[in-house]
Ligand binder design. Sequence first.
Ligand code: SF4
Length: 75
Amino acid sequence: MIRITHHRAKCIGCNYCVEVAPFRWVMDESDGKSSLTDAKSKKNIFIAVVSDDEYNHNKEAAEICPVNIIKVEKI
Ligand code: SF4
């Protein structure tokens, strides 16, 4: 399994994560930030635990995010 963490408050809405991993990220038109699908929130941090086969796409999202607010870890 992998754990994806999103510090959503700092999102600038560039849409890159949605482009590289559209099955896991969506843009929220109401506030112009991306949302991590099926995540649970802890304060303003969103966390999703998903299967290993999503690792590469979400790692790419983490690397491409210009404000470095996505973390992906194998657990
Ligand atoms: S790549 Fe980063 S800044 Fe851009 S929409 Fe995704 S989380 Fe937000």
